[in-house]
Design a protein around this ligand. Sequence first.
Ligand SMILES: Cc1cc2nc3c(=O)[nH]c(=O)nc-3n(C[C@H](O)[C@H](O)[C@H](O)COP(=O)(O)OP(=O)(O)OC[C@H]3O[C@@H](n4cnc5c(N)ncnc54)[C@H](O)[C@@H]3O)c2cc1C
Ligand code: FES
Length: 275
Amino acid sequence: MISDIKLYIPTLAEIVKAQQLTELEKFFEIRLLEARPFSFEPGQFILLSVLGVGESPVTLASSPLKKDGVEVCVRRVGSLTNALHRLQEGATIGLRGPFGKGFPIEALKGKDLLFVAGGIGMIPLRSLIHYILERRKDFGQLSILYGAKTPKEFLFADELMAWGQKGDVRLMLTVDKPDETWGGNVGVITRLIPPLELRPKETYAIIVGPPVMYKFVLMELYQKALPESQILMSLERRMRCGVGKCGHCQINNVYVCQEGPVFSYQFLKRLPEAI
Ligand SMILES: Cc1cc2nc3c(=O)[nH]c(=O)nc-3n(C[C@H](O)[C@H](O)[C@H](O)COP(=O)(O)OP(=O)(O)OC[C@H]3O[C@@H](n4cnc5c(N)ncnc54)[C@H](O)[C@@H]3O)c2cc1C
Ligand code: FES
Protein backbone atom coordinates (compact mmCIF):
# COMPACT_ATOMS: atom_id res chain seq x y z
CA MET A 1 0.00 0.00 0.00
CA ILE A 2 2.75 2.43 1.02
CA SER A 3 4.64 1.63 -2.20
CA ASP A 4 1.42 2.41 -4.15
CA ILE A 5 1.20 5.84 -2.53
CA LYS A 6 4.78 6.58 -3.54
CA LEU A 7 3.76 6.22 -7.19
CA TYR A 8 1.67 9.38 -6.82
CA ILE A 9 4.19 11.59 -5.06
CA PRO A 10 5.83 14.03 -7.47
CA THR A 11 9.50 14.94 -7.40
CA LEU A 12 10.04 18.69 -7.11
CA ALA A 13 11.73 20.33 -10.09
CA GLU A 14 12.65 23.83 -11.25
CA ILE A 15 11.87 25.49 -14.56
CA VAL A 16 15.31 26.69 -15.65
CA LYS A 17 14.25 27.92 -19.09
CA ALA A 18 10.86 28.89 -20.48
CA GLN A 19 10.56 30.00 -24.10
CA GLN A 20 7.51 30.72 -26.22
CA LEU A 21 7.91 28.71 -29.47
CA THR A 22 4.63 29.52 -31.21
CA GLU A 23 1.42 31.25 -30.21
CA LEU A 24 0.20 28.14 -28.34
CA GLU A 25 3.30 26.10 -27.54
CA LYS A 26 5.93 26.82 -24.94
CA PHE A 27 9.24 25.08 -24.34
CA PHE A 28 10.47 24.34 -20.82
CA GLU A 29 13.79 23.06 -19.57
CA ILE A 30 13.37 21.44 -16.18
CA ARG A 31 15.87 20.35 -13.56
CA LEU A 32 15.06 18.00 -10.68
CA LEU A 33 15.49 19.57 -7.24
CA GLU A 34 15.68 16.22 -5.48
CA ALA A 35 18.43 13.64 -6.02
CA ARG A 36 16.93 10.51 -7.56
CA PRO A 37 17.74 8.34 -10.57
CA PHE A 38 16.07 9.63 -13.72
CA SER A 39 16.65 8.09 -17.13
CA PHE A 40 14.20 7.60 -19.97
CA GLU A 41 13.67 6.38 -23.52
CA PRO A 42 12.46 8.68 -26.31
CA GLY A 43 8.67 8.36 -26.48
CA GLN A 44 8.12 8.04 -22.72
CA PHE A 45 6.10 10.64 -20.82
CA ILE A 46 5.96 12.24 -17.39
CA LEU A 47 3.09 13.57 -15.31
CA LEU A 48 3.92 17.20 -14.81
CA SER A 49 2.23 19.07 -11.97
CA VAL A 50 1.63 22.73 -11.33
CA LEU A 51 1.36 22.96 -7.57
CA GLY A 52 -2.20 23.63 -6.44
CA VAL A 53 -3.64 23.12 -9.94
CA GLY A 54 -3.15 19.48 -10.96
CA GLU A 55 -1.09 17.33 -13.28
CA SER A 56 -1.03 16.37 -16.98
CA PRO A 57 0.83 13.87 -19.12
CA VAL A 58 3.61 15.46 -21.17
CA THR A 59 6.12 13.76 -23.45
CA LEU A 60 9.83 14.13 -22.83
CA ALA A 61 11.16 16.11 -25.78
CA SER A 62 14.90 16.11 -25.09
CA SER A 63 17.52 13.51 -25.86
CA PRO A 64 17.93 10.84 -23.19
CA LEU A 65 21.66 11.55 -23.48
CA LYS A 66 21.17 15.05 -22.04
CA LYS A 67 22.08 14.64 -18.39
CA ASP A 68 21.52 18.08 -16.85
CA GLY A 69 17.73 18.19 -17.07
CA VAL A 70 14.82 17.38 -19.35
CA GLU A 71 12.92 19.41 -21.92
CA VAL A 72 9.21 19.45 -22.66
CA CYS A 73 7.04 21.44 -25.02
CA VAL A 74 3.47 22.12 -24.00
CA ARG A 75 0.45 23.39 -25.93
CA ARG A 76 -1.84 25.69 -23.97
CA VAL A 77 -5.31 24.12 -24.10
CA GLY A 78 -6.94 24.20 -20.64
CA SER A 79 -6.51 24.76 -16.94
CA LEU A 80 -3.24 22.92 -16.25
CA THR A 81 -1.44 23.91 -19.41
CA ASN A 82 -2.48 27.58 -19.07
CA ALA A 83 -1.22 27.60 -15.47
CA LEU A 84 2.08 26.09 -16.62
CA HIS A 85 2.47 28.70 -19.37
CA ARG A 86 2.07 31.46 -16.77
CA LEU A 87 5.01 30.17 -14.70
CA GLN A 88 8.35 31.96 -14.98
CA GLU A 89 11.89 30.63 -14.98
CA GLY A 90 12.80 29.69 -11.40
CA ALA A 91 9.30 28.39 -10.57
CA THR A 92 8.90 25.06 -8.79
CA ILE A 93 6.80 22.33 -10.38
CA GLY A 94 6.41 18.59 -9.77
CA LEU A 95 6.94 15.58 -11.95
CA ARG A 96 6.26 11.86 -11.79
CA GLY A 97 7.69 9.25 -14.09
CA PRO A 98 9.05 8.57 -16.65
CA PHE A 99 6.18 6.28 -17.62
CA GLY A 100 5.22 3.98 -20.49
CA LYS A 101 7.20 2.33 -23.23
CA GLY A 102 9.10 4.44 -25.71
CA PHE A 103 10.57 3.76 -29.14
CA PRO A 104 12.50 0.47 -29.48
CA ILE A 105 15.92 2.00 -30.07
CA GLU A 106 17.79 -1.30 -30.35
CA ALA A 107 15.45 -2.48 -33.14
CA LEU A 108 15.91 0.83 -34.99
CA LYS A 109 19.69 0.54 -35.06
CA GLY A 110 21.07 -0.05 -38.55
CA LYS A 111 17.71 0.76 -40.15
CA ASP A 112 16.57 3.61 -42.40
CA LEU A 113 14.13 5.80 -40.51
CA LEU A 114 11.19 7.70 -41.90
CA PHE A 115 9.64 10.17 -39.47
CA VAL A 116 6.18 11.51 -40.22
CA ALA A 117 5.08 14.27 -37.84
CA GLY A 118 1.96 16.38 -37.83
CA GLY A 119 1.62 19.47 -35.61
CA ILE A 120 2.68 18.82 -32.02
CA GLY A 121 3.48 15.23 -33.00
CA MET A 122 7.00 16.58 -33.49
CA ILE A 123 7.42 16.74 -29.68
CA PRO A 124 8.05 13.01 -29.01
CA LEU A 125 9.89 12.66 -32.31
CA ARG A 126 12.31 15.43 -31.34
CA SER A 127 13.63 13.33 -28.48
CA LEU A 128 14.37 10.40 -30.79
CA ILE A 129 15.74 12.60 -33.60
CA HIS A 130 18.18 14.27 -31.18
CA TYR A 131 19.31 10.85 -29.97
CA ILE A 132 19.81 9.59 -33.53
CA LEU A 133 21.79 12.68 -34.55
CA GLU A 134 24.03 12.17 -31.51
CA ARG A 135 24.56 8.50 -32.50
CA ARG A 136 24.32 9.04 -36.26
CA LYS A 137 26.57 6.15 -37.31
CA ASP A 138 24.26 3.62 -35.62
CA PHE A 139 21.38 4.37 -38.01
CA GLY A 140 20.74 4.31 -41.77
CA GLN A 141 19.11 6.99 -43.91
CA LEU A 142 17.09 9.57 -41.99
CA SER A 143 14.04 11.21 -43.57
CA ILE A 144 11.84 13.65 -41.66
CA LEU A 145 8.47 14.71 -43.05
CA TYR A 146 6.72 17.38 -41.01
CA GLY A 147 3.41 19.11 -41.66
CA ALA A 148 1.89 22.12 -39.92
CA LYS A 149 -1.23 24.17 -40.56
CA THR A 150 0.76 27.36 -41.23
CA PRO A 151 4.51 28.17 -41.37
CA LYS A 152 4.28 29.91 -37.95
CA GLU A 153 3.13 26.67 -36.33
CA PHE A 154 6.26 24.63 -36.98
CA LEU A 155 7.85 23.73 -33.65
CA PHE A 156 11.62 24.03 -33.13
CA ALA A 157 12.03 26.11 -36.31
CA ASP A 158 15.75 26.79 -35.72
CA GLU A 159 16.45 23.09 -35.24
CA LEU A 160 14.52 22.20 -38.38
CA MET A 161 16.70 24.59 -40.35
CA ALA A 162 19.85 23.03 -38.89
CA TRP A 163 18.64 19.47 -39.62
CA GLY A 164 17.77 20.47 -43.21
CA GLN A 165 21.32 21.73 -43.73
CA LYS A 166 22.89 18.46 -42.66
CA GLY A 167 23.98 16.40 -45.63
CA ASP A 168 22.68 13.18 -44.07
CA VAL A 169 19.10 14.20 -43.23
CA ARG A 170 16.29 14.46 -45.77
CA LEU A 171 13.86 17.06 -44.37
CA MET A 172 10.58 17.78 -46.13
CA LEU A 173 8.09 20.30 -44.75
CA THR A 174 4.58 21.10 -45.84
CA VAL A 175 1.84 23.49 -44.70
CA ASP A 176 -1.90 23.58 -45.21
CA LYS A 177 -2.03 27.36 -45.53
CA PRO A 178 1.07 29.19 -46.82
CA ASP A 179 1.85 32.83 -45.96
CA GLU A 180 4.00 35.37 -47.77
CA THR A 181 7.20 33.94 -46.23
CA TRP A 182 6.58 30.38 -47.44
CA GLY A 183 8.16 28.98 -50.60
CA GLY A 184 7.86 25.28 -49.79
CA ASN A 185 5.32 22.47 -50.17
CA VAL A 186 1.63 23.14 -49.68
CA GLY A 187 -0.87 20.37 -48.95
CA VAL A 188 -1.33 17.34 -46.75
CA ILE A 189 1.71 15.45 -45.50
CA THR A 190 0.74 12.25 -47.31
CA ARG A 191 1.67 13.92 -50.60
CA LEU A 192 5.32 13.83 -49.57
CA ILE A 193 5.41 10.04 -49.33
CA PRO A 194 4.86 8.73 -52.91
CA PRO A 195 8.06 10.26 -54.39
CA LEU A 196 10.25 8.78 -51.63
CA GLU A 197 12.49 5.89 -52.57
CA LEU A 198 12.43 3.55 -49.59
CA ARG A 199 13.97 0.16 -48.91
CA PRO A 200 10.87 -1.27 -47.22
CA LYS A 201 12.48 -4.20 -45.43
CA GLU A 202 15.23 -1.92 -44.10
CA THR A 203 12.93 0.94 -43.08
CA TYR A 204 11.03 1.81 -39.91
CA ALA A 205 8.35 4.51 -40.18
CA ILE A 206 7.58 6.47 -37.04
CA ILE A 207 4.36 8.45 -37.14
CA VAL A 208 3.02 10.92 -34.60
CA GLY A 209 0.29 13.43 -35.31
CA PRO A 210 -3.39 14.19 -35.03
CA PRO A 211 -5.61 11.08 -35.13
CA VAL A 212 -6.96 11.91 -38.60
CA MET A 213 -3.45 11.73 -40.07
CA TYR A 214 -2.73 8.09 -39.19
CA LYS A 215 -5.17 6.41 -41.56
CA PHE A 216 -3.94 8.31 -44.61
CA VAL A 217 -0.26 7.91 -43.79
CA LEU A 218 -0.83 4.17 -43.29
CA MET A 219 -2.44 3.94 -46.74
CA GLU A 220 0.65 5.52 -48.33
CA LEU A 221 3.02 3.28 -46.39
CA TYR A 222 1.00 0.28 -47.47
CA GLN A 223 1.76 1.29 -51.08
CA LYS A 224 5.44 1.30 -50.15
CA ALA A 225 5.14 -2.26 -48.76
CA LEU A 226 6.48 -1.42 -45.31
CA PRO A 227 6.05 -4.34 -42.88
CA GLU A 228 3.36 -3.59 -40.28
CA SER A 229 5.75 -4.43 -37.46
CA GLN A 230 8.04 -1.63 -38.73
CA ILE A 231 5.41 1.09 -38.54
CA LEU A 232 5.43 2.71 -35.10
CA MET A 233 2.93 5.18 -33.68
CA SER A 234 2.47 7.03 -30.42
CA LEU A 235 -1.09 7.26 -29.08
CA GLU A 236 -2.52 10.07 -27.02
CA ARG A 237 -5.22 8.97 -24.63
CA ARG A 238 -6.73 10.63 -21.61
CA MET A 239 -4.56 9.61 -18.69
CA ARG A 240 -4.79 10.21 -15.00
CA CYS A 241 -2.58 7.95 -12.88
CA GLY A 242 0.03 7.02 -15.50
CA VAL A 243 0.72 3.77 -13.67
CA GLY A 244 -1.96 1.30 -14.74
CA LYS A 245 -4.34 1.86 -11.80
CA CYS A 246 -7.20 4.15 -12.86
CA GLY A 247 -8.21 2.69 -16.24
CA HIS A 248 -8.65 6.10 -17.92
CA CYS A 249 -6.31 5.22 -20.76
CA GLN A 250 -7.63 1.71 -21.28
CA ILE A 251 -8.54 0.39 -24.75
CA ASN A 252 -10.07 -3.08 -24.33
CA ASN A 253 -7.51 -4.88 -22.18
CA VAL A 254 -4.62 -2.57 -23.05
CA TYR A 255 -3.41 0.17 -20.70
CA VAL A 256 -1.88 2.78 -22.99
CA CYS A 257 0.09 4.29 -20.08
CA GLN A 258 1.81 0.96 -19.45
CA GLU A 259 2.07 -0.83 -22.80
CA GLY A 260 2.33 2.38 -24.86
CA PRO A 261 2.15 5.15 -25.75
CA VAL A 262 4.38 3.78 -28.55
CA PHE A 263 2.91 0.81 -30.42
CA SER A 264 3.54 -0.93 -33.73
CA TYR A 265 0.78 -0.93 -36.33
CA GLN A 266 0.94 -4.73 -36.23
CA PHE A 267 -0.21 -4.51 -32.59
CA LEU A 268 -2.72 -1.68 -33.05
CA LYS A 269 -4.50 -3.48 -35.88
CA ARG A 270 -5.96 -5.71 -33.17
CA LEU A 271 -7.44 -2.63 -31.49
CA PRO A 272 -9.58 -0.93 -34.13
CA GLU A 273 -10.78 1.68 -31.59
CA ALA A 274 -7.21 2.89 -31.14
CA ILE A 275 -6.67 4.64 -34.50
C1 LIG B 1 1.01 10.29 -23.21
C2 LIG B 1 0.64 11.72 -23.48
C3 LIG B 1 1.62 12.62 -23.82
C4 LIG B 1 1.30 13.96 -24.05
N1 LIG B 1 2.31 14.82 -24.39
C5 LIG B 1 2.03 16.11 -24.60
C6 LIG B 1 3.09 17.04 -24.89
O1 LIG B 1 4.28 16.68 -24.97
N2 LIG B 1 2.76 18.33 -25.09
C7 LIG B 1 1.45 18.76 -25.01
O2 LIG B 1 1.21 19.96 -25.21
N3 LIG B 1 0.44 17.92 -24.73
C8 LIG B 1 0.69 16.60 -24.51
N4 LIG B 1 -0.33 15.75 -24.19
C9 LIG B 1 -1.70 16.29 -24.05
C10 LIG B 1 -1.82 16.96 -22.68
O3 LIG B 1 -1.69 15.98 -21.66
C11 LIG B 1 -3.20 17.65 -22.55
O4 LIG B 1 -3.29 18.68 -23.49
C12 LIG B 1 -3.33 18.26 -21.14
O5 LIG B 1 -3.46 17.22 -20.19
C13 LIG B 1 -4.55 19.15 -21.07
O6 LIG B 1 -4.66 19.58 -19.72
P1 LIG B 1 -5.39 20.95 -19.35
O7 LIG B 1 -5.73 20.90 -17.90
O8 LIG B 1 -4.61 22.12 -19.81
O9 LIG B 1 -6.69 20.88 -20.24
P2 LIG B 1 -8.15 20.50 -19.78
O10 LIG B 1 -8.68 21.71 -19.03
O11 LIG B 1 -8.17 19.18 -19.10
O12 LIG B 1 -8.84 20.36 -21.19
C14 LIG B 1 -8.81 21.43 -22.15
C15 LIG B 1 -9.05 20.89 -23.53
O13 LIG B 1 -8.01 19.99 -23.92
C16 LIG B 1 -8.53 18.72 -24.29
N5 LIG B 1 -7.64 17.66 -23.78
C17 LIG B 1 -7.36 17.38 -22.51
N6 LIG B 1 -6.53 16.31 -22.42
C18 LIG B 1 -6.28 15.91 -23.68
C19 LIG B 1 -5.52 14.83 -24.25
N7 LIG B 1 -4.84 13.94 -23.51
N8 LIG B 1 -5.50 14.74 -25.58
C20 LIG B 1 -6.18 15.61 -26.33
N9 LIG B 1 -6.92 16.63 -25.87
C21 LIG B 1 -6.98 16.79 -24.55
C22 LIG B 1 -9.89 18.67 -23.59
O14 LIG B 1 -10.78 17.87 -24.32
C23 LIG B 1 -10.34 20.09 -23.64
O15 LIG B 1 -10.93 20.42 -24.87
C24 LIG B 1 -0.04 14.41 -23.95
C25 LIG B 1 -1.04 13.50 -23.60
C26 LIG B 1 -0.71 12.18 -23.37
C27 LIG B 1 -1.79 11.22 -22.97
S1 FES C 1 -3.67 6.41 -16.90
FE1 FES C 1 -4.48 5.30 -15.22
S2 FES C 1 -4.47 3.28 -16.00
FE2 FES C 1 -3.47 4.39 -17.55
